[in-house]
Design a protein around this ligand. Structure first.
Ligand SMILES: *[C@@H]1O[C@H](CO)[C@@H](O)[C@H](O)[C@H]1NC(C)=O
Ligand SMILES: *[C@@H]1O[C@H](CO)[C@@H](O)[C@H](O)[C@H]1NC(C)=O
Ligand SMILES: *[C@@H]1O[C@H](CO)[C@@H](O)[C@H](O)[C@H]1NC(C)=O
Ligand SMILES: *[C@@H]1O[C@H](CO)[C@@H](O)[C@H](O)[C@H]1NC(C)=O
Length: 541
């Protein structure tokens, strides 16, 4: 019932907004002059106004099933739930957060992939020094299941399963209980999922969600109870190929298995690179198009080396008939590069892979691009590149219908050199997350504030930032261009007080580190006409 009402509201808003010529969205906007940074992309100005909130959830928190929570592989806000207090001092909304494939710093495990439903609230502060001002309260834990209702697994894939009406689905076979215990059937095969992005169907979790996966790489749709109802298999150019045939392993050995399970060859010869699948997904403001983004270049596009893997691909599916998605766009996206001082000259510059996207319009996207191996729990604490940047695809070549790029071995950038027939997307650096003068506003207990680089303490930013969500500052449709951008980090379940296997087994991460689930919230002003909430006018209550 709720879903039906939201659907109707969505349509009415779309129609009335069009009929009224979208007042507000095309007015000239002037970003605050005190902005931290401004960027011009395709002639339009994006403004980073301020870092306004920080919040965290302890890394030793557990979910409704007694398992350790890691909340930042992705995040999506339930639009009808957004509430703003009088005076706009307190914002709240239901947030759906996605954990990665489970605790896997020492090997992949039989974690059952899931979605957390949180009540998020925050009290933005434009200036001054303050304590954490974003709160996360767990409301529900939704376990994901295959089309027959059976559990999924985070274990590395070694086979496929067949379901009526579905393409071949990557799967993993194991013996015992998958946690080193002897119990359980002789052998089980479950759908393997390495979840990286969550998108709510028509803006509300009541309609279910799309989840992107990096084993396949596939896109899956689940209903609101977590049952898989649809799968999108990508173009053949992305399917991992070993020995001339599809092979979905990410060469991610399993923790509780004694026999060697390393795959040969380790890397595919065509398709997505290991652990560089569909990291990002989003929908157009009107809900018609689903966008899916590969984390870095495919193997045949220079994907096996950080110095050549910058030409990634963005796919656009028309989902207006949701059960019959049609690929209507495919674009080459040049990822940013940075110089890693810990690496030799030959190993630089390196690609900052993409961890998430958010569609601001049909042609512009926010992207989380970052380095790796720097931050809390890593050998080196200072990250060099951790950004929210902007892509504009309006002038990029659409290669969706060009067969030679989409078949097995079909390359757009052999050895990392872009084919001259292709115009890539425009890339615009925008918001540097690592600015210590902004981070330092969060100074608690009269000590040092949040920081990038420096001591390995709980105020040091985590390595991985992987989720983006927006809340309009007006709590409605954001006609004034002012938005709060929430980003969340994936702490890799790194804790010395961890629980897995539905609370039955305790674990201690070998690193000895205890990381928190961290979230940062920025205030930004988007250019005139860029209106991600154009077809939405606020919560229903
Ligand atoms: C903010 O609003 C939410 C939802 O109404 C409420 O639960 C929370 O207590 C409020 N927080 C503050 C600090 O006012
Ligand atoms: C989403 O909204 C569109 C109209 O914009 C509608 O056609 C579609 O059925 C809705 N999908 C779901 C699953 O609610
Ligand atoms: C590929 O072929 C080699 C050599 O025959 C074999 O050792 C290896 O296990 C094969 N790998 C896969 C994934 O089939
Ligand atoms: C400001 O934007 C420029 C690009 O215009 C970018 O290189 C820089 O990192 C940004 N700085 C901050 C503090 O966000």
């Amino acid at each position: 019932m709720v879903a039906a009402i939201n659907h109707v509201v969505w349509l009415i808003l779309a129609v009335s907004a069009l009929a009224h010529g979208l007042p507000g969205f095309f007015e000239k906007r002037t970003a605050s002059s005190a902005a931290v940074n401004k960027t011009v992309c395709n002639g339009q100005t994006f403004s980073y106004d301020s870092l306004v909130a920080y919040g965290f959830l302890s890394g030793s928190s557990v979910d409704d099933y007694g398992d350790t929570i890691s909340f930042g592989s992705s995040i999506a806000i339930d639009r009808p739930s957004i509430k703003v207090s009088a005076g706009k001092t307190n914002y709240s909304a239901v947030a759906y957060n996605l954990p990665d494939r489970g605790w896997n710093t020492q090997g992949t495990t039989n974690f059952q992939p899931r979605v957390y439903k949180f009540q998020l609230s925050f009290q933005p502060q434009l200036a001054g020094h303050f304590a954490p001002n974003a709160q996360w309260v767990l409301e529900d834990t939704i376990i994901l299941k295959d089309p027959f209702g059976n559990p999924l697994t985070g274990l590395d894939c070694d086979t496929v399963l067949h379901f009526p009406g579905f393409p071949d689905i990557p799967a993993a076979t194991y013996t015992g209980d998958g946690w080193g215990g002897k119990g359980g059937p002789a052998s089980e095969t479950k759908v393997c999922l390495d979840p990286e992005s969550i998108v709510l169907v028509n803006g509300t979790g009541a309609n279910g969600f799309w989840i992107s996966d990096e084993y396949g790489p596939y896109m899956y749709r689940f209903n609101s109870e977590g049952l898989m109802v649809q799968a999108i298999r990508p173009v053949d150019a992305l399917i991992p190929i070993r020995n001339g045939t599809q092979s979905f392993s990410a060469d991610s050995p399993r923790l509780f298995f004694t026999e060697s399970d390393d795959i040969t060859p380790a890397n595919p010869t065509s398709g997505r690179s290991n652990n560089q699948g569909f990291e990002g997904a989003s929908v157009s403001p009107d809900g018609r198009y689903l966008y899916v983004f590969l984390q870095s270049a495919a193997v045949q596009d220079g994907g096996l080396d950080k110095t050549t893997n910058r030409y990634s691909r963005l796919f656009k599916y028309d989902i207006s008939i949701i059960d019959k998605p049609v690929l209507v766009g495919e674009y080459v996206i040049p990822l940013p590069q940075y110089v890693d001082p810990t690496k030799s000259k030959k190993k630089n510059p390196r690609t900052a892979a993409s961890s998430e996207i958010y569609a601001l319009s049909e042609t512009q996207f926010l992207v989380l691009a970052r380095d790796s191996n720097f931050g809390h729990g890593q050998d080196s604490s200072e990250s060099i590149y951790r950004h929210l940047d902007v892509y504009d695809i309006s002038k990029a070549t659409n290669i969706a219908d060009i067969e030679k790029y989409n078949v097995i071995n079909g390359a757009v950038a052999p050895d990392g050199v872009l084919d001259d027939a292709i115009t890539p997307a425009e890339y615009c650096a925008f918001l540097d997350v690592n600015v210590n003068s902004q981070l330092g506003k969060f100074a608690f207990q009269n000590g040092e504030g949040l920081h990038n680089g420096g001591d390995q303490d709980w105020k040091l930013l985590n390595e991985k930032w992987e989720g983006i969500a927006l809340i309009p500052a007006d709590g409605k449709n954001g006609a004034d261009g002012e938005f709060y951008v929430i980003i969340v980090s994936d702490d890799d379940f790194m804790t010395t007080h961890g629980f897995v296997n539905f609370g039955r087994n305790a674990y201690r991460d070998a690193s000895g580190f205890n990381l928190d689930n961290q979230a940062l919230i920025f205030k930004v002003t988007l250019p005139s006409g860029v209106a991600p909430f154009k077809y939405f006018s606020g919560g229903t209550n």
